[in-house]
Design a protein around this ligand. Sequence first.
Ligand code: NAP
Length: 486
Amino acid sequence: MIELQDKSLLQTGLFMGGAWREASTGETFAVTDPATGEIIAECAKGGAEDAEAAVAAAEAAQDDWAARPAKERAGILGKFYHLIVENADDLAQILTAEQGKPLAEARGEILYGAAFFEWYAEEAKRVYGETIPTPNRGQRLLVLRQPIGVCAAITPWNFPMAMIARKAAPALAAGCTMVLKPATSTPLSALALGELARRAGVPDGVFSIVPGPASTVGDTLVASDAVRKITFTGSTDVGRTLMSRAAGNIKKLSLELGGNAPVLVFEDADIDVAVRGAIASKFRNAGQTCVCANRIYVHDAIYDRFSEAFTRAVKAMKVGPGREAGTEIGPMIDEAALEKVEEHVSDCVDKGGTVAAGGQRHALGGTYYEPTVLTGAIQSMLIAHEETFGPVAPLFRFSCETEAIQLANDTEYGLAAYLFTRDAARQWRVGEGLEFGVVGVNTGIVSYEGAPFGGMKASGVGREGSRHGIDEFLETKYLCIGEIGS
Ligand code: NAP
């Protein structure tokens, strides 16, 4: 049971054309609480027909939404922001119930997501064009920036609210309409946002939500000629599939994909700061974030001191249901996620690594896993190359700065990286040498709505957040006006 002050935030239908509907399939699917395995809701299971209807509603709403003055769109997004903040406690309850993360983290995610609506409500008014000095008399050259049109968003389960906000806020601010397919494990946070969008006065059809299978709802959105842009957050494998499918009608794409974040701890680092930073980056959401530290490289000179302090801190972490006060690590999303963690740990041990903390399923049962530290990790291990997406921290060694940069970049991914050093010159050198879109220096927490977030290499295409995030939803049009006299 989810205890809510406002029970109408727990919606289980499809949200389209500004109203709640049953699915055309007449079917539902169960949403479960990963902390208990209990069913918390039956959600309408949208199908291809529903995705088409939502796209049609978005097409019908597109011209009017784009034509509204930015100030008017900004006013609606501002209301949306305030409603999210006012309902943060209920939204956090829904999020923890379907996703499992500790309540305090869930609340943090809601406020982080809300901040994108606040930011882009303001940014909507700053979508400036340009004039270009003309090469010919009697001509004027202008650059206009116009909304791309109908967008489809496909989002993952690990941040069931914030990954939607990072897309919907800039899209709507730019004057685009959007159809969202949320992850099947976590549709309730998305649907609660639909209810708040309705209350904020987002016009009918501008923002629709169709939970349902990737094979029907996802496919229909990707194949639709009316959809001009796909904005996706999820795994690199699915990102690759979407990229090739979008080639059919040359759809624009933004892809926020997987990561394999390195943490570099240099010999001159403040060890307490580095331990705190590495823990914050590694164990948030039980290690299930795209910017989670996946590999921790520590200089030989401080390896033993760091690993001792780090292991002590990890052993003190409290594992439990997200809704229980004091919980730092909740359950993992499902059995498959747990199996991947087990595979990485046993591969590390088989190849000579040592379990310094944890290393097995937690006594609580279900999908809980012990927060784990592995020492003696080396590059030939699976954990060095694949995203673990769980509460497992492998500690590697390095002996010089050049080697540290080379090891950090030895991955197909390029999303987030972290370094800990008190040497300002090294902060520049290493910061510039890392092939990652987001670099944290002496900190393990980097997300902020006013900064651009996104990956290099196989971690994706495009940026979310900041003034750059709205560009993803705008076309640049050049207007050449002739015969206007001298
Ligand atoms: P996923 O399996 O790729 O799924 C993401 C979304 O794509 C879900 O809504 C899923 O629907 C849908 N989907 C799957 N196959 C599809 C297809 N063929 N066509 C259309 N839609 C399809 O990823 P996940 O397991 O939910 O999320 C974890 C991954 O996301 C990790 O790799 C993580 O690093 C990445 N991530 C990246 C960022 C970033 O900002 N770079 C942020 C968060 C997470 P169903 O749920 O119905 O399968």
